[in-house]
Design a protein around this ligand. Sequence first.
Ligand SMILES: Cc1cc2nc3c(=O)[nH]c(=O)nc-3n(C[C@H](O)[C@H](O)[C@H](O)COP(=O)(O)OP(=O)(O)OC[C@H]3O[C@@H](n4cnc5c(N)ncnc54)[C@H](O)[C@@H]3O)c2cc1C
Length: 467
Amino acid sequence: MSTKQLVIVGAGPAGMRAAEQLVAAGQRPIVVDEGTRHGGQIYRQPPAVLQRERGDLYGFEAARASAVLDRFDALRPQIDYRPQTLAWQVEANTLQLLHAGRNCTLPFDALILAPGATDRVLPFPGWTLPGVYTLGAAQVALKYQGCLIGPRVVFAGTGPLLYLVAWQYATHGGQVAAVLDTAPAAAKWLAAPRLLARPAVAAKGAYFVARLRMMGVALHGGVTLLGAQGDERVTALSWRAGSDIHTTECDAIGFGYGLRSETQLADLAGCAFDYNPLEQAWLPTRDAAGRASVPGVYLAGDGASILGADAAELSGARAALAALEDLGLGPAGTARAAQIERELHAHVSFRRGLETAFAPPPRWAADAPDELIVCRCEEVTAGELRACARDTATREMNRLKALTRIGMGRCQGRMCAPAATRLLADAAGCALHEVGRLRGQAPIKPIPIAMLHERAPSTLVPEDQDD
Ligand SMILES: Cc1cc2nc3c(=O)[nH]c(=O)nc-3n(C[C@H](O)[C@H](O)[C@H](O)COP(=O)(O)OP(=O)(O)OC[C@H]3O[C@@H](n4cnc5c(N)ncnc54)[C@H](O)[C@@H]3O)c2cc1C
């Protein structure tokens, strides 16, 4: 075996398939993941004590989940897998990790970044009330903890997860008070030709909608969210359809507007970024194989571009082939590599369809009231951001951060940046890409402060060298 150190961040579909490809080439990759078990978001596994059938957990995706999870399990002896290990910094070909409460370093020859995505959050008045969750968090509660965010839930916002999570709740004992889609129903028809690039996936989406209707769940399209009500926790959500205002009583709300890629590690690694109009976000650039602009760094899965779990598997495998080729550990230009790239094309076309069907509300920034909290870590409001743009002629996100503290808290902008970017562009009267993006800062997620004072962090010793 070579002495090259091949490291993967993320044990979701992309990271697991990347590991499989490296093992097939005779390598022993190190896979770090902050989660307790492999699977990533879509194939998230509950704690071992909470036994659940895969059919119950993953629904239509159960066979696919088993294929990926069981393969990773079978390869475990050839993979140095480190769960509960957070990568919080990357510089000079070395990862900084939080592992077992300690800081440690992990040098690499090749780094495949597959950190996935989080919900794209566009807040509405009352979103900080207890009982309001993102759609992703609502699903994590169900998949990982086997519980609901409340007995009677409104799901709101837009995106494929909206109907999927509503259906999952409706079939797991939850009462779905309403599904409120901010994108109009007509947009789904407009998107149909592109969605048919993946007919089986489109059919699943149609099935969720049909089943929810048959179960008597109220589904509304083209709505505007006005605000959550409640004193100590949420009790209702008000919304508008046309000129009619409605209030739906509930105990919890799950909301979101699609997903956004986790790009901070790529940023800290020094990768170049480009604005991606489809995703309405700045993303690290990569070639068709997943090579980033920095030699030795590869990008895969939703962390590179939101294309879904099947595409994540493909791009993970492709990035691994590229890493092997670049290190002289595998052949160049294989038929398999070319085939993966061709297959990925269909996913891009499908994604275009999803953006048409579930576009975030175009007037969100213009309509956000001044008192709306945008950054909940630092309690920065929409009005403060607008005032900053107006009074200081700020036109750039990092300057906005310096002047208002937006994105300076625990989430480092992972939650508030999409909203703040839209507000700044709207207030400054410019296009979204013109205000730039928040620069990544280490630590990308909270770590114990004592760790920063450890003089000489230990180096993570690969398992096969442990003794
Ligand atoms: C909350 C949520 C729920 C979703 N549910 C579904 C669903 O039910 N059906 C569906 O089709 N799609 C779903 N998606 C989309 C789906 O997750 C993706 O398309 C797919 O899982 C992408 O695979 P991936 O390997 O790129 O990333 P992921 O599956 O997200 O895996 C990324 C992994 O990286 C790890 N990680 C991230 N950052 C770090 C770090 N700094 N250090 C160490 N580890 C790190 C994470 O713990 C995670 O295990 C969901 C997305 C989200 C955000």
